[in-house]
Design a protein around this ligand. Structure first.
Ligand code: RBF
Length: 210
């Protein structure tokens, strides 16, 4: 029987060839995380995002995802010289030759290749309910914080956090189901969402609407 639930695929194949995307993932429940991250990367590449424009960072758990997203967005702006005073007050100091903060580069030091700010960030975590209230607190705070970051920065933050009540629920949403039904790897949807939202926000920033 057909279902009315779920994502309707877009008719448009968004072009990711000029986009730069960061993936930040937690390391809790790593086997599931790996599948989700791989699914996201596969779709980013399928849409033309260059391997050199895909940056992958990891943090211990999902609770750390919002800070990582926030600081990586700010850091990518500093790399391009597009940093605001707020970014700089955020305490970043990469000590890159040519960067505006940190120790001055020695004369003749090679400048790093110019990087563009991230067009989208995918935050990937797998939260599985345990015996205590940890699950509820982390789910709630992380989802609110990720939403806040995308609204505050204007950079799309793709919500790649599974909030599962059982191991099987999480496995099935990463295409790793233990039964005959393997499930769908939602990481693929997150890769596509990053390219779509990165393309939209660039267009909207130029005042172009469809
Ligand atoms: N992090 C996750 O990404 N997924 C989890 O399912 C998860 N469960 C946790 C359960 C407990 C009891 C604790 C203490 C932490 C858990 N974390 C989990 C880690 C959390 O996101 C964070 O990394 C740590 O609390 C350190 O800030």
């Amino acid at each position: 029987m057909s279902t009315i639930k779920g994502l309707v695929k877009s008719d448009v194949k968004y072009d990711g060839s000029s986009l730069r995307v960061a993936i930040v993932h937690a390391r809790w429940n790593k086997a599931i995380i790996d599948s989700l991250v791989n699914g996201a990367i596969t779709k980013l590449k399928e849409r033309g995002v260059k391997e050199s424009n895909i940056v992958v960072e990891s943090v211990p758990g999902s609770f750390e995802l919002p800070l990582a997203c926030s600081r990586m967005i700010a850091g990518s702006r500093i790399q391009t010289g597009a940093a605001s005073v707020t970014d700089l007050l955020g305490g970043l100091n990469f000590n890159l030759p040519g960067s505006r903060s940190g120790t001055p580069a020695p004369p003749g030091a090679a400048l790093p290749p110019p990087n563009q700010p991230f067009d989208a960030v995918i935050a990937i975590g797998v939260l599985i309910k345990g015996a205590t209230m940890h699950f509820e607190y982390i789910c709630e705070s992380v989802s609110h914080a990720l939403m806040k970051i995308q609204l505050d920065t204007g950079v799309p933050v793709i919500f790649g956090v599974l909030t599962a009540l059982t191991d099987d629920q999480a496995l099935e949403r990463a295409g790793l189901g233990r039964g005959s039904e393997k499930g769908h790897n939602h990481g693929e949807d997150w890769g596509l969402a990053a390219v779509e939202m990165g393309s939209h926000t660039r267009r909207w920033a130029e005042g172009r609407f469809s």
